[in-house]
Ligand binder design. Structure first.
Ligand code: GNR
Ligand code: NI
Length: 174
């Protein structure tokens, strides 16, 4: 059974937490990764960090495949081994910063070491959108959002607009 979880949006202090390493990849972690993928697909995102659904664990999921094909990727305790000096620019968005997009420069290439869905140690060489997405997600593990790279003026404007947004709660249980 997979569950679509609620995605936390800015401003919310939870998004600023530093996520904790996972001790071992077990069934609880796999269930979390399943739910994260389901939540990401439902929101039409290409990546999601556990903290975005309120779980401060160093787990991210990514799927950058197109036209209905699925290629879910799971990363537990990811670390960047190597990254390019050369930068690339993408227009980034974030499911925790809904409806706002801005260009961000990041290393064009990176090597990431992680544990996969089965807890196996892997190394992946990433470039282009995948490299950008991995770095965006790994920022979430440190409590960093893409808007932190924008000018203070742009960032303040976005946070102000988001805080005025009426966020309808999923369900009110009385
Ligand atoms: O869905 C997403 N799209 C995206 C586009 C460019 C760079 C990064 C991303 S990640 C984002 C989903 C998200 O918020 N992940 O944390
Ligand atoms: Ni994000």
């Amino acid at each position: 059974m997979m569950t679509i979880r609620n995605i936390i949006t800015e401003p919310n202090e939870i998004l600023r937490q530093v996520s904790k390493p996972v001790q071992a990849v077990g069934n609880e972690e796999r269930k979390l990764m399943d739910d994260m993928l389901e939540t990401m697909y439902a929101a039409n995102g290409i990546g999601l960090a556990a903290i975005q659904i309120g779980i401060p664990k160093r787990i991210i999921v990514i799927d950058i495949s197109k036209d209905g094909k699925k290629n879910p990727m799971c990363f537990v305790n990811p670390t960047i081994k190597n990254k390019d000096k050369e930068k690339t620019t993408y227009e980034e968005g974030c499911l925790s910063v809904p409806n706002y997009f801005a260009e961000v420069d990041r290393p064009k290439y990176c090597e990431v070491e992680y544990l996969d869905y089965n807890g196996e140690n892997k190394i992946l060489e990433a470039e282009g959108l995948l490299a950008t997405c991995i770095q965006h997600e790994m920022d979430h593990l440190e409590g960093i959002l893409f808007i932190d790279y924008l000018s203070k003026l742009k960032k303040t404007m976005i946070v102000k607009k988001l805080s005025k947004r009426k966020n309808p709660p999923d369900r009110i249980i009385v």
